[in-house]
Design a protein around this ligand. Structure first.
Ligand code: OOG
Ligand code: NI
Length: 267
């Protein structure tokens, strides 16, 4: 693999092949004459040092990404960092990790069991960030983990991949606001994540975001195939800071709600 562009292309291929809505929405925007630019992508992991944020980040840092902001999510027991590349055509990368020591012994030993299954040749791959799930897990274990933490369950089922790409609203020509985008999505039959309101953040916070609810897909487990929420698509509009530069960080309060796009719906 030569560079970050190639890694991002692989991440998109893997993500858009898993969830129908990504290619569909991307196609609908292109049909309006829009060129779709990505604001950021996000990956998840557990804080086992073998695969924690700093370890996953290495696959991006080797191609020029640099660590920037750091974020804490107390209630969800997560920590995250975001990474930027000097090439303006490359999206930001947001990587979060679950603070496993704050959960039950069962969860901690399940996670250790997953990580113990990852092989040296897996780690050696340049495309490790989209290798998928390099461990076996039962649906029963998935459900137990998800009951403690939706994030823990998602990670057990899906492993390493972009859990969303994000359309950069500022770069679109056919619409300018997140309100228009949300209407467009609903008109085309894509339900939105309404946790904390359809739009998270405000112009004063320099970032407005919305996201679809994750597509449900059939996933193989050791005890059979089950349909569970997978990945989602996000939309972000950024505003300039007082010095005129566009804000490139994240807003923890909004991100906290965006995480819920992959939750199992209680309905
Ligand atoms: C990431 C959620 C946070 C954002 O843009 O604030 C996020 C996730 O669901 O893993 O992407
Ligand atoms: Ni995001």
């Amino acid at each position: 693999m030569r560079d970050a562009h190639e890694l991002l292309a692989k991440l998109w291929e893997n993500y858009s092949n898993l969830i129908p809505q990504a290619k569909e929405i991307h196609g609908l925007l292109e049909a309006r004459g829009d060129k779709v630019a990505n604001d950021h992508i996000a990956l998840r992991t557990y804080n086992d040092p073998r695969i924690g944020v700093e370890s996953l980040a290495k696959y991006f840092e080797r191609f020029g990404y640099k660590a920037c902001g750091e974020y804490e999510f107390k209630a969800k027991k997560l920590r995250a960092k975001h990474f930027e590349h000097e090439d303006p055509d490359l999206p930001l990368v947001f990587i979060s990790e679950l603070k496993t020591e704050e959960f039950s012994d069962e969860l901690q030993s399940a996670v250790k069991g997953f990580v113990d299954q990852i092989k040296d040749e897996d780690y050696a791959r340049d495309d490790f960030p989209c290798i998928g799930r390099p461990w076996d897990v039962s649906h029963e274990t998935y459900l137990k983990l998800a009951d403690e933490s939706e994030y823990a369950g998602w990670m057990a089922a899906f492993g390493f991949r972009a859990n969303h790409f994000t359309v950069y609203i500022n770069a679109l020509s056919s619409m300018k606001s997140l309100e228009e985008m949300n209407q467009f999505l609903k008109d085309n039959g894509y339900p939105l994540n309404t946790s904390g309101g359809e739009i998270k953040g405000t112009p004063e916070m320099l970032l407005e975001q919305s996201s679809t609810l994750a597509d449900k897909v059939e996933i193989p487990f050791t005890d059979g195939k089950f349909v569970i929420p997978s990945c989602y698509y996000e939309f972000a509009r950024r505003y300039p800071k007082p010095n005129g530069e566009i804000f490139t960080g994240f807003v923890a309060q909004s991100a906290d709600k965006i995480f819920e796009s992959t939750d199992r719906q209680k309905a």
